[in-house]
Design a protein around this ligand. Structure first.
Ligand SMILES: C[S@@+](CC[C@H](N)C(=O)[O-])C[C@H]1O[C@@H](n2cnc3c(N)ncnc32)[C@H](O)[C@@H]1O
Length: 206
């Protein structure tokens, strides 16, 4: 699993890397997933959106250009610099989401909280606790939408792992819809999962 320095090194090449590797694990369906989330997010004038692990801002930048008021957290300085150049009016905060949300955002309420290809850095317990916290930062009728490397059930994850033994990242903790929706339900949180590709899915918190 990469730390913030690892992401700093990857940042310059990230967009090109994803572009060249958008077939097969891990980025199969990358653009379809981002497009799907883009379609779910209904931008009104000054909609406030928080992106968790915004990276180079591939999705965020589209929402920014549509007029959304963009906030984001990411622990990589280089990713933050690149995204900041594309979106000078956005409020990007360098922060490790293992610590929850930064205090600067305590009083903010968001119409959408989105996250793509980042939440696999948290184990499932932390994912659920984090989602619980994020819900408190939603405006009325606000939504959380998460896209990531994800599988409908454990067998599908294992099958993908077996096909990709050489490149499988054993430190990343991918979403398994059957398990995470149940864990969320135990906390009283309803969610809906849609499989987008062989290894990507979208989790909408209802
Ligand atoms: C694979 S990139 C995804 C970037 C972008 N969301 C996308 O879909 O292309 C993961 C991003 O999450 C950030 N990230 C990973 N773990 C993090 C953590 N614990 N706290 C904050 N940011 C983190 C990385 O710095 C990186 O920018």
């Amino acid at each position: 699993m990469l730390d913030n320095k690892g992401f700093d090194i990857w940042a310059e090449e990230y967009d090109e890397f994803v572009d060249k590797n958008s077939s097969g694990y891990p980025f199969e369906g990358y653009y379809q997933l981002l497009n799907r989330i883009y379609d779910v997010v209904d931008i009104k004038k000054n909609s406030k959106i928080l992106d968790i692990g915004f990276g180079t801002g591939v999705l965020t930048n589209r929402l920014y250009n549509d007029g959304a008021c963009i906030y984001g957290i990411d622990f990589s300085q280089k990713m933050t610099d690149i995204a900041g150049e594309k979106m000078p009016g956005a409020r990007f905060i360098r922060w490790d989401f293992n610590l929850g949300l930064p205090p600067e955002l305590d009083s903010e309420k968001f119409d959408y909280i989105i996250s793509t290809y980042a939440i696999h850095h948290l184990d499932d317990y932390k994912k659920v606790q984090f989602i619980k916290k994020l819900k408190k930062s939603l405006a009325e009728k606000g939504k959380i939408v998460i896209g990531d490397i994800a599988f409908g059930n454990r067998q599908q994850l294992e099958s993908c792992r077996n096909k990709n033994k050489d490149i499988w990242d054993k430190d990343e903790i991918y979403l398994v819809s059957e398990e995470i929706t149940e864990a969320l339900a135990k906390e009283g949180i309803n969610s809906e999962y849609i499989q987008i590709s062989s290894c990507a899915g979208m989790l909408e918190i209802l």
